[in-house]
Design a binder for this molecule. Structure first.
Ligand SMILES: [Zn+2]
Ligand SMILES: [Zn+2]
Length: 244
């Protein structure tokens, strides 16, 4: 199972980069998690866009959702020019029906709602969900191929159930939008202290800090997290890979 960071910025992408997007691959199956601004452009450095088999959204904030429209056009144009029918299956939750309805773009993109109470099987992956604490309904995801487990917090402030959900995972991809001295709760995000405590309580084997802030010295996030969590950790960067 191979995990690649396509984009990792909070709110908007910096020049030549992307906001939230992560590629998970196994046995030639490619799942894209979130599709924020800049993801369609960046993605092409790692695989042809038409090779994405499935897409899943944690929630519908622009920094996770805004490249959906151009991804739909990419599939339309590919299918038209190549006379192929490469369908993309895209999953989203139904807690914002208006946004969910934007996902479907038949016959090129088929929308399927996920039930967060149930495990969703997508290609070789099983995905379970946990509703997060965020202004827009949002779901953390636990993705496993039966051997390796990756937990993606998506956007959330810290809450107890999160570390149980992430317990003993191989890789925790945790949003770390604020520095330790900042109170992230009202915005529905975590600061470096929250992430450190989460990773330590979850006993995660490896930690990736993502959804990173545009301001301040981001290396300080690593130092701040290290006061609470002693395992291996890194800041997300474009093209960062985890493989196991
Ligand atoms: Zn959000
Ligand atoms: Zn976000």
């Amino acid at each position: 199972m191979k995990f690649t960071v396509i984009g990792y910025w909070h709110g908007y992408p910096e020049a030549g980069e992307a906001s939230s997007g992560y590629l998970i691959e196994k046995d030639d199956f490619r799942l894209l998690i979130d599709c924020g601004s800049g993801v369609v452009s960046q993605l092409q450095n790692y695989c042809p866009i038409e090779e994405i088999d499935a897409l899943i959204f944690s929630h519908y904030h622009h920094d996770h959702f805004s490249d959906l429209g151009v991804l739909q056009y990419a599939r339309l144009l590919h299918n038209t020019w190549k006379a192929e029918e490469k369908k993309l299956v895209a999953y989203g939750h139904l807690l914002d029906k208006e946004k969910y309805n934007l996902i479907s773009y038949e016959p090129h993109v088929t929308a399927i709602p996920y039930n967060p109470e149930k495990v969703l099987n997508v290609g070789p992956f099983s995905i379970s969900f946990l509703k997060t604490k965020h202004p827009s309904p949002c779901f953390a995801m636990k993705i496993t191929d039966g051997n390796t487990t990756i937990v993606y917090t998506a956007d959330t402030s810290y809450f107890q159930e999160l570390h149980q959900f992430a317990l003993d995972c191989d890789l925790l991809v945790a949003e770390c939008t604020f520095y330790e001295h900042q109170d992230p709760t009202a915005a529905g995000h975590m600061n470096s202290r929250d992430v450190g405590i989460l990773a330590q309580k979850a006993n995660t084997k490896q930690l990736l800090l993502t959804h990173l802030p545009h301001f301040g010295d981001r290396n300080q996030l690593v130092q701040q997290v290290e006061s609470y969590y002693q395992g291996p950790l890194e800041l997300a960067s474009t093209g960062w890979i985890f493989e196991k």
